[in-house]
Design a protein around this ligand. Structure first.
Ligand SMILES: C[S@@+](CC[C@H](N)C(=O)[O-])C[C@H]1O[C@@H](n2cnc3c(N)ncnc32)[C@H](O)[C@@H]1O
Length: 282
């Protein structure tokens, strides 16, 4: 039996080549014991059983072999909410919070109809539901696994109001008769090109779902369809918000035809143009 503090120091040193050895060792330890983060800090003498210790070292070795931390812990925080994540479902990224931030900023009464296309683990839809409890939210995805995870997250966060629907791009909206009924259509779609995919870190390429990241040869195929299709489903005065990749701003701008009243781009914290925002006339 080893003390938690001792194992933490060993774990930290084994993980020294990861970007956050302290945090990673702590999160992996917490995965193996039933302690809160506070107890972790206040009970350095807490003893782990042999089985727990073995489990901890097994997680460390998988992490060192390049397995993503959130798939090992089963959790990734987004908008200060812990989201369950599983292999086969994309791990939410912090830059995607920009979509949530802008949608809240643009919402006037908070009771709008919002559609999230390609919801993944439900991070955007659930964060919006938390901030705008009167909104009617529909979240879609083609992936069964993603929708199952998103439903689980909505249940864990006690958010019963989101309607989940499976299908390609706008097909669930057509089924739900949402033509000209949406105040917001938001999406973080796949936008990685074939060339960029080849250069992604092994940790992503080997473990995260390709279908959640790559969109054809150019990376722009899905964004183009979303820009074109959104016009049919937005109410007059409605907004379309879509996350884009590095260097895609000019191409994405060319997809917005003159039916759009306004198109703007917003940068993420790294200064990269990350969000395209279109508004249709009122
Ligand atoms: C980049 S991930 C985003 C997931 C999540 N919204 C987030 O922000 O982390 C894109 C998601 O879109 C889904 N997707 C891919 N192609 C799609 C399509 N044609 N129609 C609907 N969803 C799609 C994928 O399954 C994946 O969950």
């Amino acid at each position: 039996m080893s003390q938690i503090q001792e194992l933490f120091l060993k774990g930290k040193s084994l993980l020294e080549n990861t970007s956050h050895p302290n945090l990673e060792a702590k999160l992996l330890l917490l995965k193996c014991v039933s302690l809160t983060e506070e107890q972790f800090h206040t009970c350095p003498d807490h003893k782990l059983s042999r089985v727990q210790e073995k489990h901890f070292y097994k997680l460390i070795s998988r992490r060192l072999a390049g397995y993503p931390l959130p798939y090992l812990t089963g959790v990734k925080e987004f908008w200060s909410i812990p989201f369950s994540v599983f292999p086969g479902v994309l791990i939410p990224r912090p830059e995607t919070e920009l979509i949530v931030e802008k949608t809240i900023e643009l919402s006037s009464q908070g009771d709008e109809t919002i559609v999230d296309i390609g919801t993944g683990c439900g991070n955007i839809a659930i964060s919006l539901a938390r901030e705008l409890p009167k909104a009617r939210i529909v979240a879609t995805d083609t992936s069964k696994k993603a929708l199952k995870t998103a439903r689980l997250n909505a249940f864990k966060q006690q958010i019963p109001v989101i309607r989940f629907a499976r299908g390609n791009l706008f097909s669930p909206l057509r089924r739900l008769c949402l033509e000209r009924k949406c105040d917001f259509i938001v999406s973080n779609p796949p936008y990685v090109s074939k060339e960029e995919w080849a250069k992604l870190p092994e940790e992503i390429k080997n473990h995260e779902p390709k279908g959640a990241l790559m969109a054809g040869k150019s990376g722009l195929e899905i964004i183009k369809k979303l820009v074109q299709g959104a016009l049919l489903y937005l109410k007059p005065g409605g907004y379309f918000l879509v996350e884009i990749g590095f260097g895609q701003e000019d191409k994405v701008l060319s997809f917005f035809n003159p039916s759009w009243e306004e198109v703007n781009f917003f940068k993420d914290l790294a200064g990269i143009s990350r969000l395209a925002l279109g508004k249709i006339p009122s």
